[in-house]
Design a protein around this ligand. Structure first.
Ligand SMILES: Cc1ncc(C[n+]2csc(CCOP(=O)(O)OP(=O)(O)O)c2C)c(N)n1
Ligand SMILES: [Mg+2]
Length: 247
């Protein structure tokens, strides 16, 4: 089966969002999207079948862990390209303007994706055209083995919304009730023609970036420091699992 990107520790965000997603909406996730597929109503057996590459999987085993998709359940898929779901969501929202569906597009991505050009383009495009997109950043403070402090100068990611002229809010991603309420406001704004919102849900992931972080490839010595809070400790000669998982 290989490694998979687990959503352990980030469950409160899709759980809080699940009741907000209507039939006409569309959800775009990343490789860490299994919990979002479940939130959209993908049957667990079909999800797990897909993770195991079985014919009984939601995509007949061909999508696998990182590329499963279930449009019939409003889940327009995972995406292994960091940040790539955001422009697709903006396109889906624009299409909804023409097909009259009233669709709100929800795009979910990580804190690392906030530095991808495609995400910035999508936010600007959605704001400029006043599109019904909810940009949801699941901030687990890690991009693979790089902690957020080493990646950005200002970690208040939600404030970037100001630059695009849209609302931006940071919320507690550990509490499903908070997620439902605050994300619900963003959905409401979008449905009422108010355009896009950026929501930054902070959550400390309790699993490593993948189930096998990192690969068996020898890692640079500098990773030792960077992996300090992760499940792995790496040196120039290789990596070893640490005693305690990152919490
Ligand atoms: C465009 C692109 N660059 C690099 C990668 C390699 N990569 C896979 S996951 C990841 C970290 C992304 O971190 P974040 O956006 O915070 O999401 P998280 O994995 O923490 O949920 C990177 C850099 C990729 N898949 N796509
Ligand atoms: Mg992250």
């Amino acid at each position: 089966m290989g490694s998979i990107h687990l959503g352990i520790g980030q469950e409160a965000i899709p759980v809080g969002a699940a009741g907000l997603i209507r039939d006409e909406d569309a959800v775009f996730a990343t490789y860490r999207g299994h919990n979002w597929a479940l939130a959209c109503g993908v049957p667990p057996a079909a999800l797990f079948g897909e993770l195991l590459g079985r014919a009984t999987g939601i995509n007949g085993g061909r999508g696998g862990s990182a590329h499963l998709t279930a449009p019939a359940h409003r889940f327009f898929g995972e995406n292994s390209i960091v940040g790539a779901g955001a422009p697709i969501a903006a396109g889906a929202a624009l299409a909804g303007r023409y097909d009259g569906s009233g669709r709100v597009a929800l795009t979910v991505f990580g804190d690392g994706a906030m530095n991808q050009g495609a995400v910035h383009e999508a936010m600007n495009f959605a704001a400029a055209l006043n599109l019904p997109v909810v940009f949801l950043c699941e901030n687990n403070s890690w991009s693979e083995l790089t902690p957020i402090e080493e990646m950005v100068r200002d970690p208040r990611l939600h404030r970037r919304a100001d630059a695009y002229g849209m609302p931006g809010e940071r919320i507690d991603g550990n509490d499903p009730a908070v997620v439902r309420e605050r994300l619900g406001d963003a959905f409401e704004v979008a449905r009422e023609g108010g355009g896009p919102t950026l929501v930054e849900a902070r959550r400390r992931a309790s699993s490593g970036t993948t189930s096998a972080t990192p690969s068996s490839t020898a890692a640079p010595a500098s990773w030792t420091r960077r992996a300090g809070g992760s499940r792995w400790s790496c040196s120039a000669t290789g990596c070893a699992r640490r005693a305690s998982a990152r919490t």
